[in-house]
Design a protein around this ligand. Structure first.
Ligand SMILES: [Zn+2]
Ligand SMILES: [Zn+2]
Length: 304
């Protein structure tokens, strides 16, 4: 018999870890660049050279992300039957496997180019055309990156971020990527070494930068956050990130009406009651105050 057969969940978890690995690389580049401003670096001046020097990391991240997506697809197929992942006819199986127990990992598994065909043949719900075309595109780029030095492949940070988020959204539509990222950081080596206190400030910082990086359409698609709406400082995230100079404008009125008394933040996924009254600071024209946190969500100033 075949032993050590991986479960659908194990494939999924490996897929998610690879997506997180790719994300961690690009998020670190973004936070490093952002942080340099604090240390007096002229960011617009060095930006081109910084991204040029990051080229290899970006292409590797994209290849890792694609690998993650393939694992997630294998997970979905394994949920029907893991044996569907075994490639080729019995002639090609490990010799003597009918006589002694053989590890699943010793069998060849199906090629990445066949994953969609196998998935859509056996799964109850087929993958969308959008997913398939993005997957094939990503696979082509990954092959160009991994098998040769294709000078035409010029990956930008936004390509990697949107590839990770769009594939994730298609594969896991009900769980927010913010939450997955938070959980990975909580289990990260750094959390084991010290504590997980750094996690929330880090999540807030990363996603604040991502919102600035992506188009309003993408931010809406991936996080359900309309960045075209007037944005407010989330008092909860602001408090969690130590009330520092970077104010996380990650909240919007819900509903978006004149008299609305609730803001919702997509990072901490919290609804916060607000009072519609003018900010005491004469220089601030905000009228959305959080009494609970004692701050104006427009300027971040104290209101009591
Ligand atoms: Zn928040
Ligand atoms: Zn104010």
């Amino acid at each position: 018999m075949i032993t050590d057969i991986p479960t659908a969940d194990e494939f999924m978890q490996t897929g998610l870890s690879l997506l997180d690995f790719a994300w961690d690389t690009v998020a670190t580049l973004l936070t490093d660049l952002d942080d340099s401003e604090f240390f007096g670096v002229d960011v617009p001046e060095v930006s081109d050279a910084f991204w040029q020097a990051s080229k290899q990391r970006l292409t590797t991240s994209l290849a890792v992300a694609q690998q993650g997506v393939e694992f997630a697809l294998k997970g979905r197929i394994a949920a029907v039957s893991p044996f569907l992942l075994v490639a080729g006819s019995p002639k090609g199986w490990p010799s003597g496997c009918q006589k002694r127990d053989t590890n699943f990992a010793d069998f060849h598994t199906i090629d990445s180019q066949d994953l969609i065909k196998v998935h859509d043949t056996v799964a109850t719900t087929r993958l969308s055309d959008i997913f398939i075309s993005k997957f094939e595109n990503l696979r082509r780029i990954r092959n160009a990156i991994m098998h040769t030095v294709d000078k035409r492949v010029n990956i930008h940070v936004i390509d990697v971020v949107s590839a990770i988020l769009s594939m994730y959204k298609q594969l896991f539509p009900t769980i927010s990527w913010v939450q997955v990222r938070r959980e990975f950081l909580e289990r990260s080596p750094l959390s084991e070494l010290y504590s997980s206190d750094f996690v929330e400030p880090r999540v807030i910082w990363e996603f604040s930068l991502i919102v600035e990086l992506l188009s309003p359409e993408h931010v809406k698609e991936f996080f359900g956050f309309n960045k075209r709406q007037r944005r407010y400082i989330c008092p909860n995230c602001n408090h969690q990130s130590g009330d520092n100079e970077r104010k996380p404008k990650t909240a919007i009125l819900k509903p978006n009406t004149l008299g609305s008394t609730t803001i919702h933040c997509f990072v901490c996924d919290t609804e916060i009651k607000v009072e519609r009254a003018d900010c005491p600071d004469p220089d601030c024209r905000g009228n959305v105050l959080s009494v609970e946190y004692g701050v104006c969500t427009t300027c971040g100033g104290k209101i009591d």
